[in-house]
Ligand binder design. Structure first.
Ligand SMILES: Cc1ncc(COP(=O)(O)O)c(C=O)c1O
Length: 455
């Protein structure tokens, strides 16, 4: 091979979510796959497999795509918040904060990761449909905005914020009657969702909160789903949100922020064609702007909370191929050294991915194989019927698009340790998550003396 060349044909460098591979993916002069200027097989040898690799250039490009599009298309103030449930770590908190993004957290663990990663407290919001007192207090004491999800939040906060103390900064989450979890969407009066207040409860909750001296409600929030390829649902959402904003201001709340959640889809497969980050931002920006202008009200600050579209395509997981089982006329299974514990999406959502051999990414496919995980579960299949060159045990194998909802949704099923995670940039690799060791998994086990004595 004469020169280095881009791995993914026709990459959209301005919108990472429209590529299955990280923006820096190239095949070098020896025909080997590189990301962030690093040879993936060298990384696999150095750090072991399975290995989560995140490309910093791609993450920063996605952050800038959101920021720049908001500045370009929205005339008022704006802020993109990284939905850290997609992938939470100190390093990621630090990278998104350095790009000027805020962060959304849903637990004490995600809050601590954001705080210790350097995200300014006034740019963090706390979500959750069953927040503990500890989580509420951690947020309140640090001046972090709390997204009130239900009456339980209101009841607990009214007890936790002591009379005469600073009011808690709040947003209110409601279900806007737009349901969108697949490529279809519906508008309904009531949604069967565990999150947020129903639209027809909104007025009474707003009135209730107006009477609470411990509460300062300054924002409204809605999130309609994930991996969404259509723009129409978010356009509809802007209208519902601006109506809610008018209502809340009429009741007397100083609403400054409208938070439209996340949801923009990404390219997992070559056939996927999601909108660009700019097109998505343009739709929500125009929607809010036009609705506010037509009702003659001041523009709120526009917030959004992208998770998947910010981080998924920066990620690759490298595995080592192991055993092979051929069932003549039916199927060939090739197993990897990870699976559902490092990527639960295929078994949970039947999600599909793009993948290749790390050191032979352009070799012609010669057989169809099913890539199986190593867990004791028949459904632990990472990729079904993948066209691949004939492969050997010991070869490295890369799965693209694993930056979101893999590490964060992983488990220790079968007592399999979690993989290491690294961040790559300009030929440098940094360990951002140490590989768990089997002994680590025993650290919270206790063997009662009584059982030892029983022998
Ligand atoms: C409240 C909230 N905000 C943001 C997100 C991020 O969504 P996505 O990863 O689809 O952008 C989610 C995901 O479930 C969510 O629940």
């Amino acid at each position: 091979m004469a020169n280095r060349q881009r791995y993914e044909a026709g990459q959209d460098l301005l919108s990472p979510n429209r590529n299955f591979a990280p923006l820096t993916s190239e095949v070098d002069e020896q025909g080997l796959l590189n990301v962030g200027g690093c040879k993936l097989s060298s990384l696999a040898k150095r750090y072991g497999t399975p290995l989560y690799v995140l490309d910093e250039t791609t993450i920063r490009a996605a952050c800038r795509a959101y920021k720049d599009a908001l500045i370009k298309h929205y005339p008022g103030p704006s802020l993109a918040l990284y939905a850290s449930k997609a992938n939470s770590s100190l390093a990621l908190s630090c990278v998104v904060a350095s790009e000027g993004l805020g962060l959304d957290a849903v637990s004490e663990g995600e809050l601590l990761t954001a705080l210790k990663g350097g995200v300014p407290t006034n740019q963090i919001v706390l979500h959750g449909n069953n927040k503990s007192d500890q989580e509420l207090l951690l947020a309140y004491e640090n001046g972090i905005r709390i997204v009130v999800d239900n009456q339980h939040d209101i009841d607990r906060l009214s007890q936790l914020v002591k009379p005469g103390k600073r009011a808690a900064e709040l947003m209110l989450r409601f279900t806007p009657g737009i349901e969108c979890h697949t490529h279809e969407y519906i508008r309904t009066g009531h949604l069967d969702s565990k999150f947020g207040f129903d639209l027809d409860q909104l007025e009474s909750i707003l009135i209730q909160l107006k009477g609470e001296s411990w509460a300062r409600l300054s924002g409204l929030h809605a999130h309609i789903g994930s991996q969404i390829f259509e723009l129409e649902p978010h356009k509809d959402l802007t209208g519902v949100m601006v109506d809610a904003l008018i209502l809340a201001r009429e009741i007397g709340h100083p609403i400054e922020d409208l938070n439209l959640g996340g949801g923009l889809g990404i390219r997992y497969l070559e056939s996927d064609d999601p909108p660009s980050i700019e097109d998505w931002v343009k739709v929500i920006s125009n929607g809010v702007k036009v609705a506010c202008e037509s009702k003659n009200i001041d523009l709120p600050r526009l917030l959004c909370e992208p998770g998947r579209s910010l981080i998924a395509n920066a990620g690759i997981t490298i595995y080592t191929l192991g055993s092979r089982k051929e069932i003549p006329g039916l199927r060939t299974y090739v197993s990897v050294d990870g699976g559902m514990s490092d990527n639960p999406r295929p078994i949970t959502y039947q999600s599909s991915y793009t993948a290749c051999l790390v050191d032979r990414p352009f070799d012609r496919a010669a057989e169809k194989v099913t890539i199986a995980g190593k867990h004791c579960e028949s459904g632990d299949i990472l990729l079904k019927d993948l066209s691949l060159p004939f492969s050997k045990s010991g070869e490295f194998f890369a799965v693209f698009g694993t930056g979101a909802y893999n590490s964060s949704m992983g488990s220790n099923y079968n007592r399999i340790p979690r993989p290491a995670g690294i961040l790559v940039k300009d030929g440098q690799s940094d360990l951002i998550q140490r590989r768990e060791q089997p002994e680590d998994l025993l650290q919270y086990d206790i063997l009662p003396v009584r059982l030892i004595e029983l022998g």
